[in-house]
Design a binder for this molecule. Structure first.
Ligand code: FAD
Ligand code: NDP
Length: 531
């Protein structure tokens, strides 16, 4: 065990020795030790200690407090390699859903300003966008959420520590502050819940200059100055969403894609998403990977990449290179081995069962850090609440990870719930599924003279009897709002015939879902005509 450094104004000590003394003096189920304070008062002894104050951890802690439990939350943000840091609330609030959706909205407004002229608005003076105004507004809102979370914890009597946690043993969390200033031991004999985050991968070590000159989305949302001409490496949620809003804000954005877009999603839908982006100004460098990044004499970044098929190399200059090549769990620093918590050796993620229990019966893990779970805020929140109710309430309900809806907030949004056409085909065989589909034109696109070639809906159903819906996929404006309601129906086992009996709301894009009648099998033109 490492000896912690000296703490200001306190005697140097050895944590392990301190803990041994503590256990000798106070044998029995649980004791606390907090530097400079009396031992054994129970002050730092909790029913539940949550490591990680993000979506899942905060939800679990707040729910547990409703049952009158003594709860502590540890949340600590290690600055990104570029030095970006943020407050309480985790990824979603600070560097995920919230800043992303607000920047997406800013980009959509740019499109609406163009539409506005067709609707009679005089917007003839030059329209320009100011990054710093947007960034400041977004950052201020995020800071208000940080504050809101602190207040909520206080109201619910959840003790918040801005400290980084790791295991000292299976019942004790060692918590350290900035510069090792504060060290505490939080003891829980009942439950420890791990909801610590995964962090953005900052490029790849093997690519020279990647780490030195690149940023990740963690930095993008906190940039004070416009990123300028940007290369985004990767082709999943983070990459496409960020490249999408950068393009919408009028910046030159390029996506470098080594394989397919949006792996895991229905690939027909994924192609429509990228087709739309391409048609609206985002550049795509397909089937290639970066090989080096160098700083030029005039301060720009020269990126070289290689095409997979030809092996040829090409290069271009950018102002910013953003790595959106996935996120990796920071489980190493949690010292999981001393507690006996097992991880997947390949991914580093924590192995859990259906009750979110780790390999140690009183230690649970939820959210992004867990193996095989969706990396989404609502699933982390729901899992956290469910866990608290099972642990401290009378509930036996497990988190249901089936039919989780999601939306990719690209310029033309893509929302879905349930199975992709590929997965349904694999699982049931193509002869046993029926796919209903339609290309439609949102009414608001007509006067605006917007192209709608990628506005598409697909419903994947079982073929026999009432045709239970297996998956629903929607590309168009407000896809998240559209899919959310239908997700309820699909969760309840909705069938194609019930969907056809559902009366639409006119004129909306969502009503098109209730009118799908052309099957892919028929080969008929699925373009919706008339209203
Ligand atoms: P987190 O929210 O990441 O919280 C974990 C917290 O633990 C962090 O604050 C971290 O600093 C802290 N921590 C880590 N280690 C320790 C430690 N040892 N001690 C103390 N604290 C520690 N999801 C959606 O549903 N919709 C979206 O639109 C969406 N957009 C996204 C956009 C981006 C760019 C990204 C990156 C993610 C997005 N997500 C979105 C995913 C979503 O943010 C995550 O799934 C969600 O935040 C996971 O919650 P969590 O509680 O598991 O972890
Ligand atoms: P993903 O792991 O989903 O995707 C990583 C992307 O990077 C893939 O396109 C992958 O390509 C590519 N990639 C990986 N390594 C390399 C490499 N060495 N060189 C080039 N490309 C590479 O990560 P994201 O960061 O996009 O998203 C993380 C999670 O966050 C998602 O799973 C999602 O759940 C959540 N999220 C949710 C959002 C929402 O709800 N709207 C928005 C944003 C994030 P390949 O396919 O070839 O492996």
């Amino acid at each position: 065990m490492r000896t912690p450094p000296r703490t200001k104004g306190r005697l140097p000590y050895n944590m392990a020795a301190l803990w041994r003394t503590c256990r000798r003096r106070f044998p029995g189920p649980s004791r606390l030790c907090r530097t400079g304070r009396a031992f054994g008062s129970g002050e730092n002894e909790y029913d539940l200690v949550v490591v990680g104050g993000g979506s899942g951890g905060l939800a679990c802690a707040k729910e547990a407090s409703q049952f009158g439990k003594k709860v502590a939350v540890l949340d600590y943000v290690d600055p990104s390699p570029k030095g970006t840091k943020w407050g309480l609330g985790g990824t979603c609030v600070n560097v995920g859903c919230i800043p992303k959706k607000l920047m997406h909205q800013a980009a959509l407004l740019g499109g609406l300003l163009k539409d506005a002229q067709r609707y009679g608005w005089n917007t003839s003076h030059p329209i320009s966008h100011d990054w710093s105004t947007l960034a400041k507004a977004v950052q201020n809102y995020v800071k208000s959420l940080n504050w809101g979370h602190r207040v909520q914890l206080q109201d619910k009597r959840v003790k918040y520590f801005n400290l980084k946690g790791c295991f000292l043993d299976a019942h004790t969390i060692r918590a350290v502050g900035k510069g090792s200033k504060e060290v505490s031991c939080l003891v829980s004999h009942q439950v420890i819940c791990l909801s610590a985050s995964v962090g953005s991968n900052l490029g790849l070590r093997i690519i020279s200059g990647a780490r030195e000159y690149g940023i990740t989305s963690d930095d993008l949302f906190w940039l004070k100055k416009s990123p300028g001409k940007t290369l985004v490496v990767g082709a999943s949620y983070v990459s496409l969403e960020c490249a999408g809003f950068l393009t919408g804000l009028g910046l030159d954005a390029t996506v470098m894609m080594r394989s397919i877009p949006l792996r895991g999603f229905d690939q027909q839908m994924a192609s429509l998403v990228t087709d739309y982006m391409e048609a609206h100004g985002t550049r795509f460098l397909k089937k290639c990977s970066p090989t080096k990044v160098k700083k030029t004499d005039h301060g720009r970044l020269r990126v070289t990449w290689k095409f997979a098929e030809s092996g040829k190399e090409k290069s271009d200059e950018f102002d910013t290179v953003m790595w959106a090549v996935g996120r990796a769990p920071d489980t190493k620093t949690l010292n999981l081995e001393v507690a006996g918590v097992k991880t997947n050796a390949e991914t580093g993620k924590i192995l859990v069962d259906a009750r979110e229990t780790t390999s140690v019966p009183h230690i649970y893990a939820i959210g992004d850090i867990t193996e095989g779970r969706p990396e989404l805020t609502p699933t982390a929140i729901a899992a956290g609440k469910c866990l608290a109710r099972r642990l401290f309430g009378q509930s036996a309900e497990l988190m249901d990870y089936d039919n989780v809806p999601t939306t990719v907030f690209t310029p033309l949004e893509y929302g879905c719930v349930g199975l992709s056409e590929e997965t349904a085909t694999d699982r049931f065989g193509s002869e046993n599924i029926e796919v209903y589909h339609a290309f439609y034109k949102p009414l608001e696109f007509t006067v605006a003279e917007r192209e709608a070639a990628q506005c598409y809906i697909k419903m994947v159903c079982l073929r026999q009897e009432e045709q239970r819906i297996l998956g629903l996929h929607f590309i168009g404006p407000n896809a998240g709002e559209v899919i959310q309601g239908f997700a309820l129906g699909i969760k309840c086992g909705a069938t194609y015939s019930q969907m056809m009996k559902t009366v639409g709301i006119h004129p909306t894009c969502a009503e098109e879902v209730t009118k799908l009648h052309i099957t892919k099998r028929s080969g008929a033109d699925p373009t919706v005509t008339g209203c």
